[in-house]
Design a protein. Structure first.
Length: 226
């Protein structure tokens, strides 16, 4: 064999040896856990994508003739989780002129449906902010069936994070995802986007997002999954 071919063969062998996955040095179970934790990137269909949530009881009247929650009701769920957050966590009060002149009006919304929810399911509406501008904000909302208490105490609390109750006595809770390992993935019943533009109550012209509201929205910011 020509010397140059022999050198190339040795170099190729060394490269393969040095580039072997480091997980071979770890126990198989630890290697699988490490791979799962480091490669999982939550999307809008995953619970771990969102960092705020409220529970909403479905109602008998929500079911349509097909026996599931009618598509129009999902937009009411969006309104409910978003405005619960704004009112309880940022001080928004659309009825009190002393609380400020800015209100949020809807500029655009949309929803994708993945599976059905029906009465008497308990619904978990999860919320995140995917874009925050000078006078507008785009939310991502995920609609899920509420996990059972057993699931919540085992996988949810250990892997999708820690729940922090509302700091102002609200019904919502903040979430701190931890890689999402062990949490149900891709189980959203629906996911939608919702754009608020903040305007002056009287003129209805766009205004900067009030400082207190922006501070709250910043807590919910995540990277878009699109």
């Amino acid at each position: 064999m020509a010397p140059i071919h022999r050198v190339a063969q040795i170099s190729s062998h060394l490269f393969r040896a040095n580039s072997a996955p480091s997980s071979r040095l770890l126990p198989a179970s630890l290697s699988r856990n490490l791979t799962s934790a480091t490669t999982f990137t939550p999307t809008k269909k995953d619970r771990a994508f969102y960092n705020y949530a409220i529970d909403i009881q479905s109602r008998w009247a929500d079911n349509d003739q097909y026996g599931h929650l009618n598509n129009a009701h999902y937009y009411a769920l969006f309104d409910t989780v978003i405005n619960t957050f704004l009112i309880q966590e940022t001080g928004l009060n659309p009825h009190d002129d002393q609380a400020g002149a800015a209100i949020g009006v809807v500029a655009e919304s949309g929803c994708q449906y993945f599976s059905s929810v029906s009465f008497p399911d308990m619904i978990e509406a999860r919320l995140a902010v995917v874009k925050l501008g000078r006078s507008s904000v785009v939310y991502q909302v995920g609609i899920f069936k509420k996990l059972s208490e057993e699931s919540s105490s085992s996988s949810l609390s250990k892997a999708a994070g820690t729940h922090f109750a509302s700091t102002k006595g609200g019904v919502g809770r903040f979430l701190v995802p931890e890689a999402g390992a062990g949490l149900a993935r891709g189980d959203a019943a629906a996911s939608g986007h919702f754009c608020h533009v903040f305007v002056d109550k009287a003129s209805r012209r766009p205004v900067p997002i009030p400082v207190s509201i922006r501070a709250g929205l910043e807590k919910l910011q995540v990277a878009s999954s699109e």
